[in-house]
Write a protein that binds this ligand. Structure first.
Ligand code: SF4
Ligand code: SF4
Length: 334
């Protein structure tokens, strides 16, 4: 079975990320026919809610050395016409979790307006931020999201927020402040990219955030879109800290197996382009159309994964990929 989880204990050879090739040409026309059993695996049970990861801007106030977006041609793009996007979200069937990121989403002047619009439509709101926004602006976002807020993910970038003890202490204190303003059912976590410069500090970071009562997740560093070649010892360290975003692995491979991405999950950019998932966007396959256009199409069910490396922890954590089950807290109130 190809659902081997690279970097799992006992299989600590250097990670190789095979570039995706066309595995089944019949699956490429969109929308594909549903396939509930493939690659020796049944599709997971249909998740209760859909999820979107939405890059609302390419702009960011940081320039991290390891940023996967550093080679984008335009790092100043802000989503335009927020009301048209809000209207498009109203056309999705059922309730969806909209996870906004960037760039840095808090650089977008309409972030709160968007969050409020999604809340009014009974969708769930999540955000990934470098957490540099002022407490006043963060609070305005919490007010706009209200009880629809599901996940607040603060990425910790030592190059900007941890250059000395004072900065790190201030970041941890801000996390405590944020945790104190969140409803109990909101999932709050801090993430950190495991660069070679950071590796020696990761365990200390994890212990400090644990003492502060905040979940700490590590993310493998990527270069040229692929996970860097960690040594066996480095892989062991990352696995001991939970693997990529606490999934227990570093580079999952679900190729050939049925996944709900495309039907109940997609990635969306600031111009409305929608793809099945991040690997699909990377390889320019499985395009759902422009979200603002009538041509936008969701898949009708699960279909086999075409990619040999899944870096989409949102569908993994929400039970959309084979052998996984939803782990983020369910948020039912609104
Ligand atoms: S905060 Fe995130 S988006 Fe901004 S430069 Fe750093 S890694 Fe890139
Ligand atoms: S989300 Fe992951 S498992 Fe699903 S199609 Fe994309 S790469 Fe494959």
């Amino acid at each position: 079975m190809s659902n081997q989880l690279s970097g799992a204990p006992g299989n600590l050879s250097p990670i190789r990320i095979e570039r995706a090739e066309k595995r089944d040409k019949s699956l490429l026309p969109w929308p594909p026919r549903p396939v509930y059993h493939s690659g020796g695996t049944d599709a997971p049970r249909r998740p209760a809610a859909g999820a979107v990861t939405w890059n609302i801007t390419t702009a960011c106030n940081y320039r991290c050395s390891y940023c996967t977006q550093q080679f984008l041609e335009d790092r100043k793009r802000l989503l335009k016409n927020a009301p048209a996007f809000i209207a498009a979200f109203s056309r999705l069937p059922g309730r969806w979790e909209i996870k906004m990121s960037g760039g840095e989403p808090f650089t977008h002047p309409a972030l709160c307006e968007i969050a409020e619009g999604l809340r009014r439509q009974n969708h769930l709101v999540s955000v990934v931020t470098n957490f540099s926004a002022s407490r006043e602006r963060l609070k305005a976002f919490l007010d706009a999201s209200g009880s629809s807020l599901r996940v607040f993910s603060a990425s910790f970038h030592p190059e900007y927020a941890g250059r000395n003890n004072q900065e790190f202490t201030a970041f941890v204190e801000k996390c405590r402040w944020m945790a104190g303003h969140l409803d109990a059912e909101v999932s709050f976590n801090v993430t950190c990219v495991a660069t070679r410069d950071n590796l020696a500090q990761l365990t200390d970071y994890a212990e400090t955030f644990a003492r502060a009562g905040v979940t700490f997740k590590v993310q493998p560093e990527k270069r040229d879109r692929e996970v860097i070649e960690y040594t066996d010892e480095e892989q062991e360290l990352l696995l001991s800290l939970g693997g990529h975003n606490m999934t227990g692995v570093l580079a999952p491979d679900f190729s050939g197996q049925p996944c709900w991405a495309g039907a109940l999950y997609f990635t969306l950019d600031d111009r409305g382009h929608a793809w099945r998932c991040y690997p699909a966007r990377r390889f320019r396959r499985q395009y759902l159309g422009n979200f603002l256009s009538p041509d936008f199409r969701l898949a009708r069910g699960p279909t086999p994964c075409l990619y040999s490396y899944c870096n989409c922890t949102v569908p993994i954590e929400r039970g959309m990929t084979p052998g996984t089950c939803a782990r983020e807290p369910e948020h039912t109130s609104n």
